[in-house]
Design a protein around this ligand. Structure first.
Ligand code: NAD
Length: 476
């Protein structure tokens, strides 16, 4: 299986290792080294900043119509290359190839959505106070963007940032995860091949804190977009605030799921397997804390445990595989620690619970039931293939428990009552709610959290707004 040698992409040039520092890229299914990733030197970063400054000056003057045409061409190239890009994604991140294909196609859909939406960044005309004058509200690109994306969705997360920035007329320097570089580089290649002027998009790698500190401090950068952990998000938000720079923060989650007594239990269990174990649970909006009505708790647990035990775990390139490995050894250590702590505190193991084999970062789909609220895993984001259940009897108590964390990204409920659906959607404190579904993320809808899950939205019209500033003009 061929893996593209990762490069830096700065000012329209593809730059190899050539004496730069490097870090290895590891295949999580085999633990083999796929490639050595070049790290951008301080001089490379300065070159990227200068390129982004020049790229912005050119790109903001390119018409929204022409920007949209170029973005649509890039989306087509991504679709034409789906097999190649999806294979890179599975090799470096581990998820099963079928999921990787869907992710790459979703990235192309994101580019298309942003291309179209960029043509509709309408301003407005406000009735003036004096005859013959005009009050105009103009929407303008905010300026060069520094974006940072993690390893769990190497295609959609960087693409959502790049496409929205470019559609709005901004230039962008992105630092994708050093652990999954080739997917984003292949998408950047599609923009390059579509004819994007040099400097408008730049892709760099290195020591994350060094890169973010240097880029965010630069006068060139006007907007920050970060997806990753709450801890890092808070640091970057602080750096952005120092320069009074706008920021979008898409941080961690710890999704509660409330399964009411009138839920279609088998259907909820079937959807839960697909919703929880995709990407081995390494999803910020993953369903995690399951509050199940006492009258159906055991039935629900039996069904999800049975289905979890049937999942085929293996190398994502094998067509028989239904769940791939964890993406890195940090996740295995976290699973081991968090599950051990929960069991010590009295949780019951209904499925899985341990590592599979000793090569590759494979972990069993796991179901822990009657997990005490004091267990670390009930408040620390597990970011892995673990379902946690608790029983509940009344609405107010379960809402209080569901809303009880600082994380507030996605929340879910299963019920056949419209009245309950409305009440629970209103009561949940979070940015995203799924009722009888885990599908809460498509390009045309806003995605983002509240509380310590961050601020700002990606996707939807809100996603483009994040890269626009507002100018009022009074023409007397
Ligand atoms: P981490 O916090 O070290 O890194 C998360 C991501 O942020 C990585 O891609 C990393 O390269 C980047 N990063 C780290 N420090 C940075 C800095 N100073 N400047 C810019 N980027 C920086 O953690 P990790 O071990 O990779 O993942 C652990 C936790 O991160 C998970 O448990 C989960 O809570 C969270 N996470 C969230 C998402 C998400 O989609 N919101 C994605 C990946 C990880």
């Amino acid at each position: 299986m061929s893996y593209d040698a990762p490069l830096l992409f700065i000012d329209g040039c593809w730059l190899p290792v050539d004496g730069r520092d490097t870090s290895p890229v590891i295949n999580p299914a085999t633990e083999e080294v796929l490639a050595h990733l070049p790290h951008a030197s301080p001089a490379d970063l300065d070159r990227a900043l200068e390129a982004a400054r020049r790229g912005y000056a050119l790109w903001r003057k390119t018409s929204a119509y022409d920007r949209a045409r170029l973005l649509r061409r890039a989306a087509e190239l991504v679709r034409e290359r789906v097999e190649h890009i999806a294979t890179l994604l599975t090799l470096e991140e581990g998820k099963v190839l079928a999921e990787a294909r869907l992710e790459v196609l979703a990235a192309a859909d994101n580019i298309d959505w942003c291309a179209e939406e960029g043509r509709r960044s309408y301003g407005r005309i406000i009735p003036p106070r004096a005859d013959g004058s005009r009050y105009l509200v103009l929407r303008e690109p905010i300026g060069p963007v520094a974006a940072f994306s993690p390893w769990n969705f190497p295609a959609t997360t960087p693409t959502r940032k790049i496409a929205a920035a470019l559609a709005a007329g901004c230039s962008c320097i992105i630092k994708p995860s050093e652990e999954t570089p080739a997917t984003c580089l292949a998408i950047a290649r599609a923009f390059d091949d579509a004819g994007l002027p040099k400097g408008v998009l730049n892709v760099v790698f290195g020591v994350p804190a060094e890169i973010s500190t240097r880029l965010i401090a630069s006068d060139v950068i006007r907007k920050i977009s970060f997806t990753g952990s709450t801890a890092v998000g808070k640091q970057l938000a602080g750096l952005a605030a120092t320069g009074a720079k706008r920021a979008t923060m898409e941080l961690g989650g710890h999704g509660p799921v409330i399964v009411f007594d009138d839920a279609a239990v088998d259907e909820a269990a079937r959807l839960t397997i697909a919703g929880k174990f995709r990407n081995a649970g390494q999803v910020c909006a993953a369903p995690t804390r399951f509050f199940v009505h006492s009258s159906i708790h055991d039935r629900f647990v039996d069904r999800v445990s049975e289905l979890a035990n049937e999942l085929v775990v293996g190398n994502g390139l094998d067509p028989a595989t239904q769940m791939g490995p964890l993406a890195n050894p940090r996740r295995m250590a976290a699973m081991d620690r968090l599950i051990g702590d929960a069991l010590d505190r009295g949780a019951r193991l209904a499925a899985g619970g341990g590592r599979i084999g000793n090569r590759g970062f494979f972990w069993q789909p796991t179901v822990l039931t009657d997990v005490p609220m004091a267990a670390q895993i009930m408040s620390e984001e597990p970011f892995g293939p673990v379902i946690l259940t608790r029983r509940f009897d009344d609405f107010d108590t379960v809402i209080a428990e569901a809303n009880g964390l600082a994380y507030a990204l996605a929340a879910y409920a299963f019920t056949t009552s419209v009245r309950t659906a409305t009440a629970v959607a209103d009561a949940l404190e979070c940015g995203l709610v799924g009722i009888n579904t885990y599908a809460i993320n498509v390009p045309e809808t806003p995605f983002g959290g509240v509380k310590e899950s961050g601020y700002g939205s990606e996707g939807g019209t809100e996603g483009l707004d994040a890269y626009l500033s507002t100018k009022f003009v009074h023409q007397a």
